[in-house]
Design a protein around this ligand. Structure first.
Ligand SMILES: [Fe+2]
Length: 235
């Protein structure tokens, strides 16, 4: 698909960073596979850091959400800082002011909050966006395979089965209907454990339910802020 062609459908399947949309449309997210050391660290803070219930401040219609702590800022320094700086400099206005004119100093981002979501079968996370500048989701445990989910009896003849998918929704620059959104979905399986989608906090996204599996799906998310941003309640 060329840059000038609009896709036939508003729902675009994405299964890895190497896909048509990400390569031809300059996707607003980054698709990153975390090193094992980072995953081990996240499991450690999930299991051992002090917890605080996050359900009252988050969008998910799910059983359990808890804030966790990035001890000594390790995960931010090791993974998130570089991702935030890369995304910031991808925007031409930022690059121009920081590097070309030097009118602006490079910002010191910070990780404002970090949480873990536990999703059971039939639960979902409705369309929402986050506060701050950048956000991320890390797939820690995906107990189902999308091929099995999309082949469930009531879905197998469906044109676009969505069970267990993660989805971004955003305006389509090639489509003149300004109230319409394009949906870009990610099919998920255990192979996606360790994958991080890093995206602008304002990018709308949602998680569809999975079915017929007793195990929990576990993800870690957080928000990265600029130091001078006004403080508002989390989402
Ligand atoms: Fe979210």
């Amino acid at each position: 698909m060329s840059k000038t062609e609009r896709p036939q459908d508003t729902n675009l399947p994405i299964q890895s960073a190497k896909n048509d949309f990400a390569e031809t449309q300059s996707s607003p997210w980054e698709d990153i596979y975390l090193p094992k050391e980072a995953m081990n660290y996240l499991w450690d803070i999930i299991n051992n850091s002090p917890k605080r219930n996050a359900k009252g401040t988050l969008a998910g219609n799910i059983s359990k959400s808890e804030y966790i702590q990035d001890k000594d800022n390790w995960f931010y320094e090791y993974i998130l800082k570089g991702a935030a700086e890369y995304m910031y400099m991808k925007k031409w206005d930022n690059y121009y002011e920081c590097v070309v004119t030097k009118n602006k100093t490079f910002p010191e981002f910070y990780l404002k909050n970090l949480w873990v979501n536990y999703q059971k079968q039939n639960e979902f996370n409705p369309l929402h966006c986050h506060s701050g500048l950048y956000s991320f989701v890390i797939f820690m445990k995906i107990p189902t395979h999308w091929k099995e989910q999309h082949a469930l009896p009531w879905l197998k003849e469906n044109k676009e089965p969505m069970a267990s998918n993660f989805q971004f929704s955003m305006p389509d620059p090639f489509f003149k209907r300004t109230l319409s959104l394009t949906n870009i979905y990610f099919t998920l399986s255990p192979e996606d454990e360790g994958r991080m989608l890093f995206f602008p906090a304002e990018l709308q996204h949602q998680v569809y339910p999975f079915y017929e599996c007793e195990e929990e799906r576990i993800t870690v998310s957080g928000n990265i802020w600029l130091p001078d941003a006004p403080v508002v309640e989390e989402k």
